[in-house]
Design a protein around this ligand. Structure first.
Ligand SMILES: C[S@@+](CC[C@H](N)C(=O)[O-])C[C@H]1O[C@@H](n2cnc3c(N)ncnc32)[C@H](O)[C@@H]1O
Length: 343
């Protein structure tokens, strides 16, 4: 069957294969092949292949079938993959253990199995996990050419938003100042900085900020990333909120007032409470990426009204994009509004 492949000179073949494997880009369903002095490596996502590699189309053999968890279980288990971890959402403990055993015994490159043990909780949106296999809850996840280290038991992270994050990242130009108000471990901040923008990421969770700093180093963008552990409302002069403890007490930072060309607000249940802070950091011409969860009958109206209330009349407000990111619950949608504020 014809599949997209990276073609590499044979002598560079292993180094190329290793780099593509590190970026999780190799399609495991097909065999690699050598022909005419070149190695052909099957690719799962040709658009994510770095420009330095040559992508061609070529007929490759399908792999001898691997033993999958379904082969061992006799049914298709449901789980998400995050790096080398499988994430289950099983209420029945016995079934969860059976699935975990099958995942580890299968040929899939998965060594950790975690089962959701609570909903996401509180301000930091972290959930509890039961560790069913593997050493701990720390994983390395790769997304659109960036690498993220994170501990699922200490920070919020969802791989489901990867496509949406990339939609935002692709809008960035190198001269921008971008302010991520709820940065987590940096899945917006890191790729945005990789595009050459100056990026500030704020999070109230000290573990998230530690991972954000580590991820900036891993991806070689620490020079363009400033990570601040705080309640983002404390960056607004006059706020009465408590600071978090991780960085000690810092001065209010008026340096970010009017600083941003773009503000990312990914705290969907309560972003409206932070619009005053967003308007404070917004520059004269600034785009807000405002995430919200609303009823399907009017998914964008409440967000637009809240933004207008916070920004007008100081700014002209225009909604540039209304986008449904995913279904969140029956009749509830996770949406994003891209909104331009012009002073
Ligand atoms: C839904 S998560 C999004 C994280 C990240 N942007 C992502 O896409 O994975 C929201 C994040 O906001 C942080 N957070 C919640 N309230 C905050 C506040 N008042 N100030 C700063 N960060 C806050 C949480 O700790 C959490 O990491």
């Amino acid at each position: 069957m014809e599949v997209p492949c990276v073609r590499a000179p044979r002598e560079e073949g292993e180094a190329t294969r290793q780099r593509l494997a590190d970026a999780d880009l190799i399609d495991d369903e097909y065999e690699l092949t050598v022909d005419d002095g070149s190695l052909y490596i099957p690719i799962a996502d040709p658009d994510a292949v770095p420009a330095e590699f040559e992508v061609v189309s070529r007929t490759l053999e399908e792999r001898e079938t691997q033993t999958t968890p379904a082969d061992l279980l006799g049914f298709e288990p449901s789980y998400e993959r995050l790096g080398r971890a499988a994430l289950l959402d099983e209420d029945d403990d016995e079934r969860a253990r059976e699935i975990a055993d099958a995942i580890v015994a299968s040929d899939l490159p998965l060594e950790t199995v975690l089962n959701k043990a609570s909903k996401v909780k509180g301000e930091t949106r972290v959930r509890d996990w039961e560790l069913l296999a593997g050493a701990n809850t720390e994983v390395v996840h790769r997304e659109y050419g960036c690498e993220f280290l994170l501990d699922l038991a200490e920070v919020y992270f969802s791989p489901r938003l990867a496509t949406e994050r990339n939609r935002v990242v692709e809008q960035i130009t190198a001269d921008e100042h971008v302010f991520d108000m709820f940065a987590g471990v940096g899945p917006f901040v890191i790729p945005i900085a990789k595009r050459g923008a100056e990026c500030v990421g704020v999070d109230v969770n000290p573990d998230a900020i530690d991972y954000l700093r580590e991820n900036a180093r891993r991806n070689g963008v620490e020079d363009r990333v400033t990570a601040i552990c705080d309640d983002v409302r404390n960056l607004v002069a006059g706020s009465s909120r408590e600071r978090c403890e991780c960085d000690g007490v810092r001065e209010v930072t008026p340096e970010y007032e009017g600083w941003a060309d773009r503000v990312v607000m990914n705290l969907p249940h309560s972003a409206d409470e932070f619009l005053e802070a967003a308007v404070t950091v917004a520059g004269d011409d600034c785009v807000l990426h405002y995430y919200d969860i609303q009823h399907e009958d009017d998914p964008f109206g409440p967000g637009e009204r809240a933004i207008r209330e916070a920004a007008e009349p100081a700014y002209d407000v225009s909604v540039e994009t209304e986008r449904v990111v995913r279904s969140y619950a029956p009749h509830e949608l996770n949406v994003c509004l891209d909104v331009r504020l012009e002073r």
